[in-house]
Design a protein around this ligand. Structure first.
Ligand code: C2E
Ligand code: MG
Ligand code: MG
Ligand code: MG
Length: 281
């Protein structure tokens, strides 16, 4: 009977794999033309300072509307784009969109705000990345400190020495670096010393049960204190409730982002939101 079950579960697994593969193939093929066909869009999610509630920035988050399959999550298609090199073209498109948007927002008076862009570890290993960032900023006449680049802890693990060189090159341009999903990767704390990042993004998995789970609470407090001791800023991701916000504020977390404030929005909606929100002029 065990054998029967395992054979059934194998068959199920195998069918499931085939479906996955067919879907992945369809996605990969679609992805090749998604930019040209206008199926990709950059959405923006606002970030505020916890101290005074003022707007400090937005995160650029990629969206893909597939003609047959509908909305595809970046959590699904970014890994596919990474596995076949398409992430380089897609990543530079996102960077360009976001930088152009910084220029437009500055023209509307939103000039005290950063835009953060997620970088894949594949982009991060591309020796042409610093030149790309520099030329994109120049093309739109945007000051480098308006752009933040989000890396994950994985980049440190994959190539520690290369990572330091890349970070030095990006820092030299004047852009800000942050570590996304902080606390979920495997980077050793000593890397934080070498890495010269500006900000740690407290992963949303710790924020979710912050007010009810003592371990999550302890982890979040530890990350905020670690960052403070190292002179780094902190932003909490995935803040959904006023209780989470109050806790983070009381602990001295600098900034927050999450559904409590707003979901990621298409550019027109984001612009309206940002203009209506208290911000420095
Ligand atoms: P991430 O960079 O950690 O982005 C945060 C994710 O949390 C986003 O998911 C965002 O929509 C979601 N989020 C924000 N606030 C809340 C909240 O209050 N509650 C919950 N439950 N979720 C919240 P999204 O947009 O689906 O993106 C998923 C991941 O895909 C991103 O995680 C990032 O790793 C990757 N990604 C998105 N855009 C890009 C891109 O342009 N380039 C690269 N390389 N990766 C990207
Ligand atoms: Mg991010
Ligand atoms: Mg994150
Ligand atoms: Mg993530």
């Amino acid at each position: 009977r065990a054998k029967q079950e395992s054979r059934n579960s194998f068959r199920f697994f195998s069918n499931h794999m085939q479906l996955q593969t067919a879907r992945n193939l369809q996605l990969v093929n679609g992805l090749r033309h998604a930019i040209a066909l206008g199926q990709l869009a950059v959405y923006y999610q606002p970030q505020i300072a916890l101290e005074n509630g003022q707007l400090v920035g937005v995160e650029a988050l990629l969206r893909w509307q597939h003609p047959q399959l509908g909305f595809i999550s970046p959590a699904e298609f970014i890994p596919l784009a990474e596995s076949n090199g398409l992430i380089i073209a897609i990543g530079s498109w996102v960077l360009e969109q976001a930088t152009q948007q910084i220029q437009r927002w500055q023209q509307l008076g939103l000039d005290k705000m950063t835009v953060s862009v997620n970088l894949s570890s594949i982009q991060f290993r591309d020796p042409k990345l610093p030149a790309l960032v520099k030329s994109t900023l120049e093309r739109y006449d945007v000051a480098p400190d308006c752009l933040e680049l989000e890396l994950t802890e994985g980049v440190a693990l994959e190539n520690p020495m290369g990572a330091v060189t890349m970070m030095d090159a990006l820092n030299a341009l004047g852009v800000r670096l942050s570590i996304d999903d902080f606390g979920t990767g495997y980077s050793s704390l000593s890397y934080l010393k070498k890495f010269k990042v500006y900000k740690l993004k407290v992963d949303q998995s710790f924020v979710r049960d912050l007010t009810t789970d003592d371990e999550d609470k302890a982890i979040v407090i530890a990350i905020i204190q670690l960052a403070r001791s190292l002179g780094l800023k902190t932003i909490a991701e995935g803040v959904e409730t006023p209780e989470q916000q109050a806790f983070l504020q009381a602990q001295g977390c600098d900034e927050m982002q999450g559904y409590l404030l707003s979901k990621p929005m298409q550019v027109e909606d984001a612009t309206a939101f940002l203009l209506a929100y208290p911000h420095h002029h």
